[in-house]
Design a protein around this ligand. Structure first.
Ligand SMILES: [Zn+2]
Length: 559
C-alpha cells in the first residue's frame, strides 16, 4: 500500500508541474488556460462597471475575461470548448435566496395537490397516490391550497376512507398548517384530550375533537410521529432537487433548515456530488453550536457555506398566523400570533450577532416585522458597528415607516415574488384594501435604499426564477384578474429583479466577492436563455426557456 502511494506521488508531481507550466505557457491577459468560451451572446453581467458584453472566457471554475466576441476569440486554444451563443441571453446563474431544499426534493416524488381545484379533486389525487404506495408508509407533502376551492378547511374524514392503510400528514402549500388523517392521529396518540399548544392551533369540531388540521407549533404533535427518512432517501432527495433547480437556471441556493439537513449536504459535498452551490442556515436558537462549528471549520467553501441562523417571528397569512397590529379583515377577533417570545428572539439575536454569525428571521405580519426591526436596531447599537447583514425573510406586510427602516438599518429584505401573485388572489379579503398597499412592497423597499434578495420559498412555491422575475415585474395574479398588476405601484424593473436574483442575493450570503456577477475572478456560474428578458414585454418572461446552466465552468443542464 505504502509503495503504491509512493509511486503515485512520483506520478502526480510531474503531472501537476506540467499543468502549471501549460498555464504559464498560455498565459495571456487571462492568467491561465481558457477551458470554455461563450461567443456572440447577449450578456447581462450584473457588473455595474460593465453591464453588457458579447462573450466571456472561463478557466477551470472561474471567469477570466468578459468582453466582445473579437476579444474573447483570441483566447481560444486547442483545448477550449467553444459555445456559440447565437445571440441568446446570458446572465449570472440565478441564486434562490430562500428555500427548503430537502423538503422540495422529497416533494418532487410526493402526492401533488398544489393545483387541486376542488375538494373532490383533492380527495381523488390522494386516493390514487395511496393506491400506489406501500401499505403503512406515510404520505406527506402535498402542498394543498384550500383557497382554490373557496376556503373550506379539509378535515380527516374527507380522506379517511381512501387512506385506511396509510397515515397521511399533508401540508398546506405555505407549510404553516397540515392535515392528518385518523390513522396518523392514532399513531401520534392524538385524542380529544390533547392540550392546546402555545404558538399553534389544534382545529377542533363542535364536540372538541381535532379535525386533523394542526397549525404552526401544533404541527409538532404529528411531526414527531413521522419516521425519519433514511440517509439514502435524503441523498436521493437532494440529487433530485439539484437536477430540478438546474433546469430552471439556478446555480446557488440559500437553504433554510436544520442541522440534519446540513449533515446531508456535507455528505454530498464530501462525495463530490454537489452541482448546486449551497448556503445552509440552521435554527437561530442553536447559535452556540454554530459558533463552535464556525470557530473550528470557518464558514465552509464555495460549494457549501454556513454561518447563517434562521429564526421565526410569526406564522403565515394564509393560515391566519402572521402577527399583525390590527385584526384580520375577515376574522375581526384575530390578529395572528408570534411563534417565539420577544425575549427569546432578542437574546438569540444578540448572542448570535456577538458571535459574528448572520441572523435571518422569518417575519410576515406588520407587527412581526416591526418587532424584528426593533430587535435589529437595538442589537446593532448594543453590539457596535460591524458588517452583519441582518435579514428579514418574507417581509411581506410592512407599515410605511418600517419600509424606511429597512433602508436606514441596512436590513436585507429577502422576498419571494411568486407569493405576491399567488396571495394577491385572496389577500385583500384577509387584510383589507389599505394594508395591501404596502404588501410585497418591492418598489418602496428599493426606493428607500433597502437591498432585495429574491427567492422562491420552494417547496412553498416553484423554484423557478423566471416566474419570480415575471411576478416581481408584472404583479399579475395567478387567477388572471389583475392584468395590469396587483398593487401596480410596487412593480420593479427586470434589471432590478435580475440583480436581486444574482448580485444582491450573493451579497445576502456574504458571497458577492465570489459569485453573483460575470466578471474576471468570479466563479463561472451562469445561465443561457432563449430570449433577452430585458428586451421583451414582461408578460412573456413566464415562457422564456432555459437553454443551459453552468456551475463552476461545467454544464450541469442543457436543453
Ligand atoms: Zn420558507
Amino acid at each position: 500500500m505504502k509503495k503504491h502511494l509512493f509511486w503515485f506521488r512520483y506520478l502526480i508531481i510531474p503531472t501537476m508541474l506540467l499543468l502549471f507550466l501549460s498555464c504559464i505557457a498560455n498565459k495571456n491577459a487571462t492568467g491561465g488556460q481558457v477551458t470554455m468560451v461563450i461567443l456572440d451572446a447577449t450578456i447581462w453581467t450584473g457588473d455595474a462597471a460593465a453591464p453588457k458584453a458579447e462573450a466571456l472566457a472561463v478557466c477551470g471554475d472561474k471567469i477570466v475575461a468578459v468582453g466582445t466576441t473579437e476579444q474573447i476569440k483570441k483566447l481560444i486554444t486547442d483545448s477550449t470548448t467553444v459555445i456559440d451563443g447565437f445571440g441568446k441571453f446570458v446572465t449570472p446563474g440565478f441564486i434562490d435566496s430562500h428555500l427548503h431544499f430537502l423538503t422540495g426534493g422529497f416533494q418532487l416524488a410526493s402526492v401533488q395537490l398544489r393545483d387541486a381545484q376542488t375538494p373532490a379533486e383533492f380527495i381523488q389525487r390522494i386516493k390514487k397516490y395511496a393506491e400506489a404506495v406501500e401499505p403503512g408508509s406515510w404520505i406527506t407533502g402535498g402542498n394543498w391550497n384550500h383557497k382554490l376551492w373557496g376556503g373550506d378547511m379539509p378535515c380527516h374524514d374527507w380522506i379517511d376512507s381512501v387512506t385506511t392503510n396509510n397515515p397521511v400528514w399533508i401540508n398546506r402549500l405555505d407549510g404553516h398548517m397540515a392535515l392528518a388523517n385518523s390513522l396518523a392521529m392514532k399513531i401520534a396518540r392524538i385524542t380529544k384530550d390533547i392540550k392546546d399548544i402555545d404558538g399553534g392551533t389544534i382545529v377542533r369540531d363542535a364536540a372538541g375533537f381535532p379535525t386533523g388540521i394542526f397549525k404552526d407549533n401544533a404541527m409538532y404533535l404529528i411531526d414527531r410521529a413521522v419516521p425519519e427518512p433514511s440517509d439514502e432517501m435524503k441523498d436521493r432527495a437532494i440529487q433530485a432537487a439539484m437536477s430540478y433547480v438546474a433546469e430552471h437556471g439556478v446555480t446557488s441556493i440559500q437553504h433554510m433548515g436544520g442541522w440534519d439537513d446540513l449533515v446531508v449536504f456535507e455528505r454530498a459535498h464530501k462525495n463530490g456530488k454537489l452541482k448546486t452551490r449551497l448556503s445552509a442556515a440552521v435554527p437561530l436558537s442553536t447559535w452556540k453550536e454554530l459558533k463552535a462549528k464556525v470557530a473550528k471549520e470557518g464558514n465552509g467553501d464555495v460549494w457549501l457555506r454556513f454561518g447563517g441562523l434562521k429564526g421565526y417571528a410569526d406564522g403565515s397569512l394564509g393560515s391566519h398566523t402572521a402577527a399583525f397590529f390590527q385584526p384580520f379583515t375577515d376574522a375581526p377577533k384575530d390578529s395572528g400570533l408570534l411563534v417565539n417570545s420577544f425575549e427569546d428572539l432578542y437574546s438569540w439575536t444578540k448572542n448570535a450577532d456577538q458571535a459574528g454569525l448572520q441572523v435571518i428571521v422569518h417575519a410576515i405580519g406588520d407587527r412581526a416585522n416591526h418587532l424584528m426591526l426593533n430587535i435589529f436596531e437595538s442589537v446593532s447599537k448594543e453590539n457596535g458597528e460591524r458588517d452583519r447583514r441582518f435579514r428579514i425573510e418574507h417581509a411581506q406586510h410592512l407599515s410605511a415607516n418600517d419600509i424606511l427602516r429597512f433602508g436606514q438599518l441596512h436590513v436585507i429584505a429577502s422576498m419571494q415574488p411568486y407569493h405576491a401573485i399567488d396571495d394577491g388572489c385572496w389577500a385583500e379579503n384577509v387584510i383589507g384594501a389599505e394594508r395591501i398597499r404596502t404588501t410585497y412592497a418591492f418598489r418602496s423597499l428599493l426606493d428607500c435604499g433597502a437591498k432585495l434578495a429574491l427567492g422562491s420559498d420552494w417547496y412553498v412555491a416553484p423554484p423557478i426564477p423566471l416566474q419570480g422575475i415575471y411576478a416581481a415585474v408584472t404583479r399579475r395574479t395567478l387567477d388572471g384578474k389583475n392584468p395590469n398588476g396587483w398593487v401596480p405601484d410596487q412593480k420593479i424593473t427586470v434589471t432590478e429583479a435580475l440583480r436581486a436574483y444574482t448580485t444582491d442575493a450573493a451579497f445576502a450570503s456574504f458571497e458577492e466577492n465570489v459569485k453573483g456577477a460575470l466578471k474576471p475572478g468570479l466563479l463561472a456560474d451562469f445561465v443561457m436563455m432563449d430570449r433577452d428578458i430585458t428586451a421583451i414585454p414582461p408578460e412573456k418572461i413566464w415562457n422564456v426557456q432555459i437553454l443551459m446552466t453552468v456551475v463552476g465552468g461545467k454544464v450541469i443542464y442543457k436543453k
